[in-house]
Design a binder for this molecule. Structure first.
Ligand code: ZN
Length: 322
């Protein structure tokens, strides 16, 4: 959730390795390739029934987000997606069929994914309930993704927070979890996401962390290079739901994009939005910094779908969501 480093000199080779590995992973990721070519019904996990189709990729890597789409020639007034014991209501839209002549189709789209922490690989079921009666099911294979491990030697107080801070840390974690568990039915975001800062990736999602020889939770966001005071923009349209100053995250902003999708911006030097404020993709919401548990200025950018912290990186290149 945060970047900790003991010095640029030591970190530089690690960063180069991380970047090289992340480029390789991106180039060789079958899920990414599949997503780029993804056409409804073409080699995907398709579930049909009662004039409706549920479309999702046949597989995705652990930690990767993916799009689930339900289409029906019969009208449905509501839809709910369920994945890994979490659910969210979906916005139902009427869209014209292909070629203009085809009949109107009802559609709902969800962005879901798995968390590198706490999710097992293997076959996972996705359910979409339409209205009161129809339920569509699809199965996605979640495969293991090889990700590197980063070992850092830090001063002990950087690795283990003082006991006096533990209640504060627990309260902040509970506050963040409560926010990320919210589900508002309106789909506010579009894909691809806007990059919140232009800086290079300095630590990828899912990288294993060993601090002073102790294995720690993997990194569940992206660290992007950013100078103190550099503008940070919203990745997508949404509504600000948390403006905090947390022990780990420092000055932070959480934006709700609807349907259980949130983006998070950590270690800011300044917040330029208020709780409840609507934001547009690309609008400045704060300035980058090194607040919280961070030894150098950068932006930690996180994305949560149905309460799972997923890899934000694919969302910058994902096909546009209509
Ligand atoms: Zn980070």
């Amino acid at each position: 959730m945060h970047r900790i480093s003991k010095g640029a000199a030591l970190l530089a080779p690690v960063l180069i390795l991380v970047l090289a590995v992340s480029v390789l992973l991106a180039a060789s990721s079958p899920a990414l390739a599949a997503r780029k070519k993804a056409k409804p019904g073409a080699g995907q996990g398709v579930s049909k029934g009662a004039g409706a189709q549920l479309l999702c990729p046949a597989e995705a890597g652990l930690g990767e987000p993916f799009v689930v789409r339900v289409r029906s020639s019969k009208a449905f007034s509501s839809a709910t997606v369920s994945f890994l014991k979490r659910s969210a209501p979906l916005e139902v839209r009427r869209v014209a069929g292909e070629g203009g002549k085809a009949p109107v189709i009802w559609e709902a789209v969800a962005l879901v994914g798995t968390d590198v922490l706490g999710t097992a690989t293997g076959q996972k079921e996705i359910l979409v309930r339409l209205g009161k009666g129809r339920t569509l099911r699809a199965v996605i294979h979640i495969r293991r993704v090889k990700r590197p491990t980063e070992s850092l030697d830090l001063s002990p107080e950087m690795v283990n927070p003082p006991a006096s801070e533990l209640p504060r840390i627990a309260a902040e974690r509970a506050q963040a979890q409560a926010v990320l568990a919210m589900t508002s039915p309106k789909l506010l975001f579009r894909l691809p996401f806007t990059r919140p800062v232009p800086g290079e990736l300095s630590s990828m999602y899912g990288i294993g962390r060993v601090l002073n020889g102790q294995p720690r939770a993997p990194h569940r966001g992206l660290d992007l290079e950013a100078e103190v005071g550099q503008p940070v923009v919203a990745a997508a349209d949404g509504r600000v739901v948390l403006v905090g100053d947390f022990y780990y995250a420092g000055r932070c902003i959480y934006v709700d994009h609807g349907q259980g999708v949130f983006s998070m911006y950590f270690h800011l030097s300044e917040q330029r939005v208020e709780n409840g404020q609507k934001v547009s993709a690309g609008a400045v919401i704060g300035l980058a910094g090194a607040t919280g548990r961070s030894t150098r200025s950068h932006l930690h950018f996180g994305v949560s779908t149905l309460g799972r912290l997923v890899d934000p990186a694919p969302l910058f290149g994902y096909d546009a969501l209509p």
